[in-house]
Design a protein around this ligand. Sequence first.
Ligand code: SAM
Length: 209
Amino acid sequence: MPKLQPMPEPNVYPAYGIYLLEPKHRSIRRLKKEYQPSVHGHKTWDSSFVLMDYLQEHPIAKGARVMEVGCGWGPASIYCARRFKAKVTGVDIDPDVFPFLDVLAELNDVKVKQRVSRFEKLKGKELGGFDVLIGSDICFWDNLVKPLYRLISRALEAGTKRVIITDPGRPTFHELCELCRGKFKVELTEWYALEPARNEGEVVEITLV
Ligand SMILES: C[S@@+](CC[C@H](N)C(=O)[O-])C[C@H]1O[C@@H](n2cnc3c(N)ncnc32)[C@H](O)[C@@H]1O
C-alpha cells in the first residue's frame, strides 16, 4: 500500500495507510469534553501499530469477517477495513470509546460495526461467525487473563481461524500465551512497527492445533 502523505490539516498523521488524530486535534478535544473512556480507552495505543505491521506481513483475506475485542478508538479495526476491505466489528466494554472510533472511521472513509460488550459475554455462536479475532493491548490486568483465555477458546472452537493479539510484553500477556499453549498452537514473536514511529512489542498468533 502506498505511504500516505501527511495531511494539510494540523494534528492529523498517517500510519500504515490510515489517518489518525493527535490528542490536540479539535475533534478529539471536543469529544473529550463529553466522553471520558475509563478502562484505558482514552487514546490510540502503540500496540495497534505493531498489529498493523504484523498484518501487513501476515495479511488477512480480502473481505474477511474480523472482530476486534477491546477496540478502544479502533485503529486496528480501521486498518483492516481500509487495507483488506474487511467487514469489521469493534467490541469494547466502554461505550465512551465509540464516538472516537466514529470520528476516525469517518476520516478514513470506512465503516466499523460497534458492539458494547465485555469479553466474558461474547458467546461462541457469535464469535464463530468471524474469520479472525484481533486485539491490541487488551491483557493489562491479572483479572483479564482468564476471561481472554476463555474468549479465545470459545472463538477457535466455534470456527474462528486466527486469533492475533499484540502487546508491549506485559507479564499478564505472557500468562495468557502460556495458558493458550496448553490447548492451541501458539506462535509468540517479538515485533516492531515503524509507523508513525518505531514501536517495539510482541505478537501472538493462536490457531487450532
Ligand atoms: C489499553 S486499551 C487498547 C485500545 C485499543 N485496542 C488500542 O490499541 O488502541 C484497552 C481497551 O480494552 C477495553 N476493555 C478493557 N476490559 C475489557 C473487557 N473486559 N471487555 C471488553 N473490553 C475491555 C477498554 O475499554 C479499552 O478500550
